[in-house]
Ligand binder design. Structure first.
Ligand code: OGA
Ligand code: MN
Length: 202
């Protein structure tokens, strides 16, 4: 596995970090293929905003569709990724003593023009999410295609601290409880694998 120490240092200092080529390129390409397969199979669902009975489709706020990975699917790249994520969770625990004990991931597809307005991942009732991870799956993406992930300061949520293009194999990690962020409108269909490392107490 990659030497994570310098990346973890940045994650600690600024609350987020971008890592290119953290996963083998052939795995990233296979994940993209499987993601396309789930999309073709109509397995994606339009994302909703809110929780429980207050869940609503609000495409102006959040315009993506998602497909949740599960460990029972006979899909090799997803399972390989889930295995990787379990090892990675142990690395996070060694460094931060967070006691992370589970993870969840979905593929996300933003159609042209869609984005996700500024939000935090640890909204009400979701304090179990501690570290957010996004892996981008876009093979051709130009700066003019927009669709950046914009990260903001925890103390000054209007102050942008980072702007990340969703390039193939690029991984972003950030603190789910601290970092306001948004997905700018995408000029191409935008694919990613997004998820959270969590603390769930049994
Ligand atoms: C999310 C999210 C960021 C991205 O799904 O909660 O913020 O860059 N995604 O796709
Ligand atoms: Mn988010």
């Amino acid at each position: 596995m990659t030497d994570w120490s310098s990346h973890f240092e940045l994650l600690e200092q600024q609350g987020w970090v971008v890592v290119d080529q953290a996963l083998p390129k052939d795995l990233v390409l296979k994940l993209f293929d499987e993601c396309q397969f789930f999309w073709q199979s109509n397995a994606f669902k339009e994302a909703q905003v809110g929780r429980g009975s207050t869940k609503l489709k609000q495409p102006d706020i959040r315009g993506d569709s998602t497909y949740w990975l599960n460990s029972e699917q006979p899909s090799s790249a997803c399972n390989e990724f889930l295995n990787w994520s379990q090892c990675f969770r142990q690395e996070l625990n060694k460094r931060y003593f967070l006691g992370l004990n589970s993870e969840e991931f979905h593929f996300a597809r933003y159609p042209i023009g869609a984005g996700y307005q500024k939000h935090m991942d640890q909204h009400q009732g979701q304090s179990k999410r501690k570290i957010s991870l996004v892996l981008y799956l876009n093979q051709t993406w130009l700066p003019s295609d927009g669709g950046e992930l914009c990260l903001y300061s925890p103390e000054h949520p209007t102050q942008e601290t980072g702007r990340v293009l969703p390039l193939l194999g690029r991984l972003v990690l950030f603190r789910s409880d601290l970092i306001p962020h948004e997905v700018c409108p995408a000029g191409q269909i935008r694919w990613s694998l997004t998820g959270w490392f969590r603390t769930d107490f049994i």
